[in-house]
Design a protein around this ligand. Structure first.
Ligand SMILES: [Zn+2]
Length: 380
């Protein structure tokens, strides 16, 4: 009787199309190791408040994504060389499984909101973001992403719109943002916006396509929008855009600090870890994680030199329901991954922290609490 019941339920499920997603497997073999940077730990956990905060968000990066990069790279990454870890819950105000808009807003503002929301609360009222609060205190800010600038994560740090798909309105919010540095793969996207929007952006920012443009050095507010070929996926041949722009932005913002006692805030997003996970493409995802690790390295090297910089590495949510195959050999970088979903999952994500007050980020915390701690440390 019981068996009959189960088979009846299963038949109904099949008719309704309720069968589980099939598992998608992928492998990597012999990816040349890029090594890793071992920090000095000289200022890690120091008691002084940091002047600068660099927040690196690996979009869609769960524990298995980081482990994939680690094992494929011969058992090391700069991220996994760090000592202070935490665990971040990502649920949005209205949904068990968040999108990048609600989670990006939580990191940018310290408040949970509904999915699709960019810098607004559950009632769609604007929420002040870190760059806006920082500007009042004389702290300069920057945003970098391999996505378009109107992508949910970078947009949460300058725009206030109720729906992430309001592309024109999101771009139109950029000129009034206090950001001193923005860079994303958006030249073609920006050029599709209304004339007025483009004009306002060019009036507020010095816009360049190449950092060797002499105008970049003199800029007070810089918009670096390279052609799409330089910010596409690693699979399509992206070069060193993310680590190189991170390094550039750190120097750029350091040079534009308003005084010796005032620092900077920089958000760096590795956006394509999420995109390759939605597509269930294992090897391209691993290459995105390893590129993200190089951006982390740029931040950690600066923190070691500077002594007043807190670096936070985390994610907005997990994508793909990824796990690793039991068979593999990290010594040759040969590993396998198994995706169980084409979407985001509600599973918590890892956080790594380095520098003064890194210990504040240990334990289990909400994504909005990560932002609240950053704001408190910067005196916002
Ligand atoms: Zn996604």
């Amino acid at each position: 009787m019981r068996r009959l019941l189960i088979s009846a339920v299963l038949s109904v499920a099949v008719v309704l199309g309720l069968h589980a997603q099939e598992l998608v497997r992928g492998n990597v073999e012999n990816i040349p190791s890029q090594g890793s940077y071992t920090p000095s730990f000289k200022y890690d956990g120091a008691k002084n408040n940091p002047l600068n905060v660099i927040l690196l968000i690996g979009d869609g990066t769960g524990l298995a994504h980081l482990a994939s990069g680690h094992f494929a790279n011969g058992g090391e990454m700069t991220i996994t060389n760090l000592r202070t870890c935490g665990w971040v819950t990502t649920q949005s105000a209205d949904t068990y499984t968040t999108d990048s808009a609600a989670s990006g807003t939580a990191y940018a503002t310290g408040h949970k909101t509904h999915n699709y929301a960019i810098g607004v609360d559950v009632d769609d009222r604007p929420l002040a973001n870190i760059p806006e609060k920082a500007a009042v205190k004389g702290i300069v800010s920057g945003v970098i992403s391999t996505d378009d600038l109107n992508g949910a994560t970078p947009a949460a740090f300058f725009a206030h719109q109720k729906d992430r798909n309001m592309t024109e309105e999101i771009w139109a919010d950029l000129p009034s943002s206090p950001l001193s540095f923005v860079s994303a793969g958006s030249r073609e996207k920006m050029e599709r916006m209304k004339e007025d929007t483009q004009k306002a952006i060019r009036e507020a920012f010095t816009v360049v396509a190449d950092l060797n443009d002499p105008a970049a050095e003199k800029a007070v507010k810089l918009g670096y929008f390279p052609p799409k070929t330089e910010t596409q996926s690693m699979k399509e041949g992206r070069g060193d855009f993310l680590p190189a722009t991170t390094e550039y932005a750190i120097e750029y913002l350091s040079a534009r600090r308003t005084s010796k006692k005032k620092g900077f805030f920089l958000m760096v997003e590795g956006a394509r870890i999420d995109k390759s996970s939605h597509a269930n493409e294992f090897e391209p995802m691993v290459k995105e994680v390893l590129d993200f690790d190089k951006a982390v390295e740029a931040a950690i090297r600066f923190a070691d030199k500077d002594g007043n910089t807190l670096v936070i590495i985390t994610a907005d949510h997990e994508t793909g329901g990824l796990t690793l195959s039991s068979k593999g050999d990290p010594s040759t970088g040969s590993i396998g991954g198994v995706f169980s979903s084409y979407n985001h999952t509600p599973i918590p994500v890892p956080l790594f922290a380095y520098g003064p007050h890194s210990q504040d980020f240990m334990g289990v915390q909400g994504n909005q609490e990560v932002s609240q701690k950053i704001q408190q440390l910067l005196g916002l």
